[in-house]
Design a protein around this ligand. Structure first.
Ligand SMILES: [Fe+2]
Ligand SMILES: [Fe+2]
Length: 172
């Protein structure tokens, strides 16, 4: 089935969103690295890789429908950050924007009765639930453990433990 014009546009826009997410996490990882937050650096690097894999999934899906995927230009993310907590707050609101964008595509695909695209998007619907939950949990830790140096040290360690190898995410 041919994907409708508005949905093709939305899918290409999603490629750019995932690329920007990868870049934003890479920038956060880089800042954490030079600031001495080793655990958080590891975590944000793994997030960046995950977002890169998301981007590839969209590229492959669009190309698989014989539509040329549009590879976006690089948008420069922030160079410095106020705190680890502010990075996580921004990450949560970026993830919420991605969720909105995914849901919008599901709406379009449902309107088109495009079951192939709906099935493809299902992975991302589930992924976004996990992503939002993860950052909500992390942000809660600042309230529970605190924001002094020792608390941040603990949260940094905790973030290091959350870093995953995105290999399992590569396929599909
Ligand atoms: Fe993503
Ligand atoms: Fe994400």
């Amino acid at each position: 089935m041919k994907i409708s014009g508005p949905l093709v546009k939305a899918l290409n826009n999603q490629i750019a969103m995932e690329a920007n997410a990868a870049n934003a996490y890479l920038s956060a990882a880089s800042w954490c690295d030079i600031t001495g937050y080793d655990g958080a650096a590891k975590f944000f690097h793994s997030q960046a890789q995950e977002e890169h894999q998301h981007m590839l999934k969209f590229v492959n899906f669009v190309n698989g429908q014989c539509l040329g995927a549009i590879i976006p230009g690089v948008k420069q993310p922030p160079k410095t950050y106020k705190s680890l907590e502010s990075i996580c707050k921004t990450a949560l609101s970026n993830e919420q924007a991605v969720t909105k964008s995914i849901n919008h595509m599901v709406d379009l695909a449902q309107k088109d009765k495009d079951h192939n695209t709906i099935t493809f998007l299902q992975y991302f619907v589930n992924e976004q639930i996990e992503e939002e939950q993860q950052f909500e949990d992390i942000l809660q830790k600042f309230n529970l453990i605190g924001r002094d140096k020792l608390a941040i040290y603990e949260i940094d360690k905790l973030l290091g433990g959350l870093a995953n190898t995105p290999a399992s995410d590569v396929q599909n």
